[in-house]
Design a protein around this ligand. Structure first.
Ligand SMILES: NC(=O)c1ccc[n+]([C@@H]2O[C@H](COP(=O)([O-])OP(=O)(O)OC[C@H]3O[C@@H](n4cnc5c(N)ncnc54)[C@H](OP(=O)(O)O)[C@@H]3O)[C@@H](O)[C@H]2O)c1
Length: 246
């Protein structure tokens, strides 16, 4: 798929992987819809950066864990563009209170990291004639486990990978659905990491460094361009999965 002038929605694009992905699509000539939840200053900054590379970019505040917010965001998208070519389900959270028996944390992570993607997909399919959906999973979802502090996180990322494959079967060949499964990416999700902390966290990878958000963005753009990959989960974990299994 030639990405020039394609219309792309990137959720959670005010920082981290979403920010890098929005900018990467703008560099391909896409009109990028930059979604964020709370940080309007950071969202505006991404919108301005995208405008340096492409035209027709739009900044939309919406909490994608809420059905009403998703509906109103898609109303704006329909009014402005009438169609959508690419959806990147990137927005997600890491909940510090995640543990094997915390029902509230399970519900929170379910809504933010899984149900949000289903609601977004439902609305996106109504505007997509042909296109691509890329879901952002995690190596925790890929392996099916992480740690007891990421039990709901791992479970719902694994669910997202299952959803990716089954949805791919349902909507191909018009729409190709894939996912990426990153290892440890240096983003604000980890808090404000010092250089020393980044180095230590990177030791979990065979590449002995954290992954940069732009490296994940590149893989998302690659999946959006490619017309032969369908129902795949692309692991970009610096070899972390091999370390865990080794
Ligand atoms: N960082 C990693 O090591 C890593 C590894 C594997 C997978 N991932 C996955 O990659 C994705 C992005 O992670 P990241 O590290 O870039 O995270 P991040 O730095 O914490 O950024 C999260 C982004 O998502 C937005 N967001 C959060 N909840 C939202 C909601 N309900 N509605 C709309 N936007 C929402 C935030 O918006 P505001 O700031 O405006 O609130 C922010 O733009 C997530 O799905 C995460 O699970 C990350």
């Amino acid at each position: 798929m030639n990405l020039n002038k394609k219309i792309v929605l990137v959720t959670g694009a005010s920082r981290g992987i979403g920010r890098a992905t929005a900018i990467a699509f703008a560099k391909e000539g896409c009109s990028v819809i930059i979604n964020f939840k709370s940080d309007s200053v950071a969202g505006q900054e991404v919108w301005e950066e995208c405008n340096r590379h492409s035209k027709g970019n739009l900044l939309i505040q919406a909490d994608v864990s809420k059905a009403d917010d998703v509906s109103s965001m898609f109303k704006k998208i329909k009014d402005q563009y009438s169609q959508l070519d690419i959806l990147v389900n990137n927005a997600g959270i890491f909940d510090e209170s995640d543990n094997p028996t915390n029902i509230e944390a399970f519900e929170n992570i379910y809504r933010n990291n899984f149900l949000s993607c289903v609601m977004l997909t439902k609305s996106a399919l109504l505007l997509m004639k042909e296109g691509k959906i890329v879901n952002v999973s995690s190596v925790h979802g890929r392996l099916g486990h992480g740690s007891p502090k990421s039990i709901a996180y791992s479970a719902f990322k694994a669910a997202l990978e299952s959803y990716t494959k089954n949805l791919a079967k349902d909507v191909a060949p018009k729409i190709l659905v894939n996912a990426v499964a990153p290892g440890r990416v240096a983003t604000p999700m980890w808090g404000n990491l010092s250089e020393k902390e980044q180095k230590e966290l990177g030791q979990a990878h065979l590449i002995k460094r954290m992954i940069q958000p732009e490296e994940i963005a590149d893989s998302i753009v690659f999946l959006a361009k490619n017309d032969a990959i369908c129902g795949e989960v692309l692991t970009i974990d610096g070899g972390m999965g091999l370390v865990t299994l080794g």
